[in-house]
Unconditional design. Structure first.
Length: 270
């Protein structure tokens, strides 16, 4: 797998031919900053497996990490990953503290008012994680909108917004990270957790003997994209072309197989 990705990436970089014309630099503030510093700063939460997470040695791994590395290679610069809570990512992007967000972020109209998006590079959907087999049979969010029911979701995420909108009668508890939410489900202080399918599917793999189950059907469809600062059309164009090239060569499919379908890497986690 690793050798295949390396070979395909080499071809992708050759095809992309990504360079920044000197005359256009003034019209590309973000891209020119990246080229000048030789660094591509990507924001991630660092706790959204399988998109991004830390292994036993504290090193960040995941789908987003691999894809960000390829984009940095395409620009011929060093990748610098800046980790911060999910809710701080968009403000950091708008403030110019990071050059892009790659953190399992769903593309929404509201977010698109604050940033440009490239994607989707993954199409996911909301589901629930629970220890209650009856709740797992829910095929619609309305079946989970019950007074007295407690739902947890990541603070500042589309999962939190989805729970507020689709389950107004349930008690919503916003958590700062996924592990906290999982613990609440396991200790019974929450009935279920709402999040994207890949994240919760991995959680089940990591806790095979604790009775965790997923809902039988997706409750929504979520397009995952790369958030970029508004106002730099050349940066947007370059990332779009790079992602299209990687997709056309089948590299995105291979990344999805590696991180979403093959669980061999789970042993690397804490």
């Amino acid at each position: 797998m690793r050798r295949t990705l390396t070979v395909l990436l080499t071809v992708a970089l050759a095809l992309a031919g990504l360079t920044l014309p000197a005359a256009a630099a003034e019209n590309a503030p973000v891209l020119s900053r990246i080229v000048e510093k030789g660094e591509f700063h990507v924001g991630m939460s660092g706790d959204q497996p399988p998109f991004n997470m830390k292994n036993k040695d504290g090193k960040l791994i995941g789908y987003d990490v691999d894809l960000a590395t390829m984009l940095a290679d395409a620009m011929g610069v060093e990748l610098v990953i800046d980790t911060m809570p999910f809710g701080q990512l968009l403000p950091a992007l708008k403030a110019g503290k990071i050059d892009a967000i790659m953190s399992g972020m769903t593309m929404t109209p509201k977010r698109n008012l604050e940033a440009a998006f490239v994607g989707p590079y993954v199409v996911s959907g909301k589901t629930i994680l629970t220890t209650d087999a009856t709740l797992a049979k829910a095929s619609d969010a309305k079946e989970l909108d019950i007074t007295g029911m407690t739902v947890v979701a990541l603070k500042g995420s589309t999962s939190e917004a989805f729970a507020k909108r689709a389950m107004p009668n349930a008690k919503l508890v916003a958590v700062s990270d996924y592990e906290t939410g999982v613990k609440k489900v396991l200790d019974g202080t929450a009935n279920f957790m709402v999040a994207d399918l890949p994240i919760l599917a991995l959680t089940v793999l990591r806790h095979p003997d604790e009775g965790l189950v997923l809902s039988d059907e997706l409750l929504s469809i979520e397009p995952i994209g790369i958030a970029l600062p508004a106002g730099d059309s050349l940066m947007l164009n370059m990332v779009e072309n790079s992602v299209k090239t990687l997709d056309g060569l089948g590299i995105l499919d291979k990344l999805e197989q590696k991180w979403f379908q093959n669980g061999d890497w789970v042993d690397q986690l804490k």
